[in-house]
Design a protein around this ligand. Structure first.
Ligand code: C5P
Length: 283
């Protein structure tokens, strides 16, 4: 039997870091939405009782460091599954990019194995398991537009966004989330207006939504990756309604209400960077 699951990327419309917690994690307040850039996860039962990972991307670890591997191992151990599985990851989402690619692969693996192994777990149960793999995995179980708090695992679904276009640019070198949080100095953070963003989404006010985008980690990541600032500037010059880094970076995205504008930003940026994508927000 073969199960196919789509693993969409996310962008942060808003990301705030409130304080460092006693457990070492940071308390967050985020607004996230899924976009139609997705990996494809194919799950197949195999004879031998083990987890095999294959990927179209040569840079992806295929062992226990892989998030999809962690997801399969966690389910196998928790529910004592004595079956093997081959997990094939057709990678479209850039790695270490701030788009939750690895977390989405893990979430898709949890959803898919729930079906393959007839576990009948609810999304809430899968999200609780996902928490053990990474802070963004619970969100990726549900997807859509959400308000997330805690370390990112407390999810509240909110209204769908006014539909818009997203141009993503991934600078060459990735950034590890851990290094950004590890060196965080709170004086550097520029806090976004999360309440304004939530109100704009509720009122389906695209202009207010675009003007309320903000990411507290941007100034920190931009020190490591000066390309972030350059790309943002170019996006705005080419007419983007807003330009922002996603997650802990380094991917920068432009929001455009009109397709013609998004195309102009896409074509303009293509001249400077290799990895440029033009996608839509998902409902
Ligand atoms: O949860 P996840 O494994 O994806 O996080 C990677 C690293 O990012 C953590 O080890 C932690 O250092 C940092 N982090 C944090 N606060 C969060 C989420 C992640 O400090 N809310």
């Amino acid at each position: 039997m073969e199960i196919i699951e789509k693993a969409p990327a996310k962008i942060n419309l808003s990301l705030d870091v409130l304080y460092k917690r006693a457990d070492g994690y940071h308390e967050m307040e985020m607004v996230m939405t899924s976009i139609d850039l997705a990996d494809r996860i194919v799950l197949k039962t195999i004879e031998e009782d083990r987890i095999v990972i294959q990927s179209t991307n040569g840079f992806l670890p295929l062992d226990q460091r892989n998030h999809a591997y962690k997801a399969a191992k966690l389910l196998k151990e928790t529910y004592q599954i004595k079956k093997g599985v081959n997990i094939s990851i057709e990678k479209k989402i850039p790695i270490a990019a701030g788009l939750a690619g690895g977390s989405s692969d893990a979430a898709a693996t949890l959803r898919g194995l729930n079906r393959l192994w007839h576990l009948n777990l609810s999304n809430d149960e899968l999200a609780l398991l996902g928490e053990q793999i990474g802070s963004d995995v619970p969100y990726c179980i549900y997807g859509g537009t959400v308000y997330a708090t805690g370390r990112g695992e407390k999810i509240k679904q909110i209204d769908t966004l006014p539909q818009c276009w997203v141009v993503l640019v991934k600078p060459k070198k990735g950034i590890s989330t851990w290094t950004i949080f590890e060196n965080l100095s709170f004086e550097q953070l520029v806090h976004p207006e999360t309440k304004k963003m939530l109100a704009a989404i509720q009122e389906k006010n695209y202009i207010q939504m675009a003007s309320s985008t903000g990411n507290a980690l941007e100034t920190v990541s931009a020190i490591k990756q000066p390309d972030i600032k350059r790309i943002k500037k170019k996006m705005l010059q080419f007419g983007a309604d807003a330009a922002l880094m996603s997650g802990s970076g380094p991917t920068v995205y432009a929001l455009c209400e009109k397709y013609s504008k998004a195309q102009r930003v896409y074509n303009g940026l293509k001249g400077f960077c290799n990895e440029v994508y033009l996608v839509r927000t998902l409902k």
